[in-house]
Design a protein around this ligand. Sequence first.
Ligand SMILES: Cc1ncc(COP(=O)(O)O)c(C=O)c1O
Length: 456
Amino acid sequence: MDRHRRLTLLRATDRAAAVILVNRRIHVTVTLDRLTPAELLTLSGELNDEYGRFREAGFALDLTRGKPSRSQLALSDTLDTGDAAEGGFIAADGSDTRNYGGLDGLPEARELGATLLGVRPDEIMAGGNSSLTLMYLYLLNAWLYGPAGPGSAWRDGGTTKFLCPVPGYDRHFAILEDLGIEMLNVRMTADGPDMDQVESLVREDPTVKGLWCVPKYSNPGGETYSDATVQRLGRLGTIAGPHFRIMWDNAYAVHDLDDTPPQLDNIMDACRAQGTDDSVMLFASTSKVTRAGAGIAFTAGSPVNLTAFRARLQTLTIGPDKVNQLRHVRFLRDLDGVREHMQQHAAILRPKFDLVQRRLSEALDGKGMGHWSAPRGGYFVSFDSLPGLARRIINLAEDAGVKLTPAGATFPYRRDPDDSNIRLAPTFPDLADLDQAMRVFTVCVQLASVTQRLAD
Ligand SMILES: Cc1ncc(COP(=O)(O)O)c(C=O)c1O
């Protein structure tokens, strides 16, 4: 059976299934179910042949890296050569950025961060090169010394637990694992974390001390939290145990792919309205705006939070790299400047995300072999295979020269209870490599699905 006939066969069964079921996930499952054993065997043979040809081709492709491509990085090359570099070293307040000092960061860098995160300039610190470092330090500080200063250390209360919307960002989970903080999975919905589940866990258990949030274009699912979710998060501090903190990692605040991006409600305002300002810490960086791991990281919070955190930071450092902060502010200017710059990123990224959607749809639409996100920004596409197949698909792809993020990586303790989630990172490879990698990936998905069905 050639590829065209195979697709025709599946489309015919799609039509039959579509008549009886509208829910996409069930609809496509029925479709796979409707293939006779003989049809499945034929399909399996075809897919094995195609897979064999990929293996012989000796590809070396990589879909694991959620990092900017070279052309994206080149958008910021004038950081070193243009006005940003030639404007001298003296900041607006007259301070010499080459010298020590200024723990909170340059006022102009803080102002930029404040507009990015939607807080007041006095609520923000501009730090070094990595928001992940700030998040780690913040949690270490909260656990060891206390998020609100003396008497508030989480470790003094014994067991410390944290809520983790899943699938989520592996490095968030790694921090908690490192600190021995117990992680509890929370379902992710199209509107953000399942707030019924969050509220009941927080209400019932005062040892739950926090919640991870990537509120815009969540890693890896691409969800942006709804206004209702943000408002309910603002109220969490009224039902949680003492010293509860939402870790608001707005890493993709301005990383839109289209011109009418979803709007994220302001978490600090939501908290302020409930008198829970202390229950949130915000983070962001310019890692995927200018240079990955060589931009400016920001953290924001209430005076109580910043005072306690500052006490730790001033033991750690005399101050951040203000030279880098100054040239970044000159380069990006303000929020409008950031948005203009991000449109250039979007122009590079859109064709890649479109290609991923196209290849997935062409190969898998209506076949009952998985479903996937269609993000409007951020860095990832989240793919869910049939239960029990993620590891198998990833191994198949690796044997055919395509590296995928390890199975389970998007869950605490690397345990995906359904063994189904796979994070695809389309930003780094060029279009030709991405295209080839997606062709291999979709054949691996089909092969694993058909093999599983045959074994049932
Ligand atoms: C959700 C999220 N937060 C933080 C980071 C890392 O940020 P930084 O480079 O500022 O440490 C990433 C990088 O992929 C990310 O996806």
